[in-house]
Ligand binder design. Structure first.
Ligand SMILES: [Zn+2]
Ligand SMILES: [Zn+2]
Length: 149
Protein backbone atom coordinates (compact mmCIF):
# COMPACT_ATOMS: atom_id res chain seq x y z
CA UNK A 1 0.00 0.00 0.00
CA UNK A 2 1.06 3.56 -0.70
CA UNK A 3 2.31 5.23 2.46
CA UNK A 4 2.28 8.77 1.17
CA UNK A 5 -1.26 9.52 2.36
CA UNK A 6 -0.34 8.31 5.87
CA UNK A 7 2.81 10.39 5.70
CA UNK A 8 0.78 13.48 4.74
CA UNK A 9 -1.44 13.00 7.79
CA UNK A 10 1.62 12.86 10.06
CA UNK A 11 3.22 15.91 8.38
CA UNK A 12 0.02 17.90 8.87
CA UNK A 13 -0.38 16.72 12.46
CA UNK A 14 3.21 17.61 13.44
CA UNK A 15 2.80 21.02 11.86
CA UNK A 16 -0.38 21.66 13.84
CA UNK A 17 1.24 20.56 17.09
CA UNK A 18 4.40 22.52 16.26
CA UNK A 19 6.50 19.37 16.56
CA UNK A 20 9.59 18.70 14.52
CA UNK A 21 9.18 16.34 11.52
CA UNK A 22 12.25 14.28 12.45
CA UNK A 23 13.39 11.46 10.18
CA UNK A 24 13.03 8.97 13.08
CA UNK A 25 9.29 9.66 13.24
CA UNK A 26 8.83 8.91 9.55
CA UNK A 27 11.08 5.89 9.74
CA UNK A 28 8.89 4.49 12.52
CA UNK A 29 5.71 5.26 10.56
CA UNK A 30 7.14 3.39 7.56
CA UNK A 31 8.03 0.40 9.69
CA UNK A 32 4.51 0.31 11.18
CA UNK A 33 2.86 0.59 7.77
CA UNK A 34 4.70 -2.56 6.63
CA UNK A 35 3.90 -4.45 9.86
CA UNK A 36 0.85 -6.68 9.93
CA UNK A 37 -0.77 -7.65 13.18
CA UNK A 38 -0.38 -6.43 16.72
CA UNK A 39 2.97 -5.44 18.13
CA UNK A 40 4.31 -3.82 21.27
CA UNK A 41 6.70 -0.89 21.58
CA UNK A 42 9.67 -3.07 22.50
CA UNK A 43 9.27 -5.22 19.41
CA UNK A 44 9.09 -2.13 17.20
CA UNK A 45 12.21 -0.80 18.93
CA UNK A 46 14.05 -4.09 18.32
CA UNK A 47 12.94 -4.28 14.66
CA UNK A 48 14.03 -0.80 13.63
CA UNK A 49 17.35 -1.14 15.44
CA UNK A 50 17.98 -4.56 13.88
CA UNK A 51 17.67 -2.80 10.52
CA UNK A 52 20.56 -0.59 11.50
CA UNK A 53 18.67 2.57 12.47
CA UNK A 54 19.60 4.24 15.68
CA UNK A 55 16.26 5.13 17.26
CA UNK A 56 16.02 5.43 21.02
CA UNK A 57 13.38 3.64 23.07
CA UNK A 58 12.05 7.03 24.21
CA UNK A 59 11.54 8.10 20.59
CA UNK A 60 9.67 4.87 19.86
CA UNK A 61 7.28 5.41 22.80
CA UNK A 62 6.86 9.09 22.06
CA UNK A 63 6.20 8.54 18.35
CA UNK A 64 3.66 5.79 19.06
CA UNK A 65 1.77 8.27 21.27
CA UNK A 66 1.73 10.81 18.44
CA UNK A 67 0.62 8.22 15.86
CA UNK A 68 -2.23 7.09 18.12
CA UNK A 69 -3.23 10.69 18.70
CA UNK A 70 -3.46 11.46 14.97
CA UNK A 71 -5.37 8.24 14.27
CA UNK A 72 -2.76 6.39 12.18
CA UNK A 73 -2.23 3.74 14.83
CA UNK A 74 -4.59 2.03 17.31
CA UNK A 75 -3.60 1.21 20.85
CA UNK A 76 -5.10 -1.75 22.70
CA UNK A 77 -4.79 -3.36 26.07
CA UNK A 78 -5.19 -7.10 25.70
CA UNK A 79 -5.18 -7.88 29.41
CA UNK A 80 -1.41 -7.49 29.62
CA UNK A 81 0.57 -4.89 31.50
CA UNK A 82 1.72 -3.21 28.27
CA UNK A 83 -0.04 -1.76 25.26
CA UNK A 84 -0.27 -3.38 21.86
CA UNK A 85 -0.42 -1.37 18.69
CA UNK A 86 -1.47 -1.89 15.11
CA UNK A 87 -1.76 0.29 12.08
CA UNK A 88 -5.18 1.89 11.79
CA UNK A 89 -4.65 3.75 8.53
CA UNK A 90 -6.42 2.09 5.60
CA UNK A 91 -7.88 -0.62 7.80
CA UNK A 92 -11.55 -1.09 8.65
CA UNK A 93 -12.61 -1.03 12.27
CA UNK A 94 -12.53 -4.50 13.77
CA UNK A 95 -12.77 -6.27 17.11
CA UNK A 96 -10.64 -8.90 18.82
CA UNK A 97 -10.88 -12.31 20.42
CA UNK A 98 -7.94 -12.97 22.73
CA UNK A 99 -6.94 -16.49 23.72
CA UNK A 100 -5.80 -16.65 27.34
CA UNK A 101 -3.88 -19.88 26.74
CA UNK A 102 -1.77 -19.29 23.63
CA UNK A 103 -2.09 -15.51 23.37
CA UNK A 104 -3.51 -15.63 19.83
CA UNK A 105 -5.39 -12.53 18.78
CA UNK A 106 -8.19 -13.20 16.32
CA UNK A 107 -9.71 -10.27 14.45
CA UNK A 108 -13.32 -10.13 13.37
CA UNK A 109 -15.79 -7.73 11.84
CA UNK A 110 -19.50 -8.14 12.42
CA UNK A 111 -21.95 -5.81 10.72
CA UNK A 112 -24.68 -6.55 13.26
CA UNK A 113 -22.39 -5.39 16.03
CA UNK A 114 -21.65 -2.19 14.13
CA UNK A 115 -25.39 -1.59 13.71
CA UNK A 116 -26.05 -2.08 17.42
CA UNK A 117 -23.34 0.43 18.28
CA UNK A 118 -24.77 2.98 15.86
CA UNK A 119 -28.23 2.45 17.33
CA UNK A 120 -27.04 2.84 20.92
CA UNK A 121 -25.16 6.03 20.07
CA UNK A 122 -28.04 7.61 18.19
CA UNK A 123 -30.52 6.72 20.97
CA UNK A 124 -28.24 8.49 23.45
CA UNK A 125 -27.45 11.30 20.98
CA UNK A 126 -23.84 10.30 21.51
CA UNK A 127 -21.16 11.12 18.95
CA UNK A 128 -18.84 8.10 18.82
CA UNK A 129 -15.10 8.55 18.48
CA UNK A 130 -13.87 5.01 18.50
CA UNK A 131 -14.72 1.77 20.20
CA UNK A 132 -13.30 -1.66 20.61
CA UNK A 133 -14.70 -4.95 21.79
CA UNK A 134 -12.43 -7.55 23.31
CA UNK A 135 -13.55 -11.04 24.17
CA UNK A 136 -11.15 -13.05 26.34
CA UNK A 137 -11.37 -16.82 26.32
CA UNK A 138 -9.91 -19.98 24.85
CA UNK A 139 -9.47 -20.42 21.10
CA UNK A 140 -10.64 -23.47 19.15
CA UNK A 141 -7.07 -24.81 18.78
CA UNK A 142 -6.42 -24.69 22.53
CA UNK A 143 -9.79 -26.26 23.29
CA UNK A 144 -9.10 -29.24 21.06
CA UNK A 145 -5.57 -29.60 22.50
CA UNK A 146 -7.10 -29.91 25.96
CA UNK A 147 -9.56 -32.58 24.85
CA UNK A 148 -6.74 -34.69 23.47
CA UNK A 149 -4.58 -34.54 26.55
ZN1 LIG B 1 -5.32 -20.48 22.01
ZN1 LIG C 1 -6.48 -5.89 15.26
Amino acid sequence: MDNSAAKDILVEYLKQKKLRPTKERFLLLNEIMRTNGHFDADRLFATVNARGSNVSRATVYNTLDLLVDCGLVSRYRFGENHSRFEKAFGRPRHDHLICLECGDIIEFVNQKLEKIQEEVCSEQKFKPHNSTLQIFGVCAKCQSKKKHQ
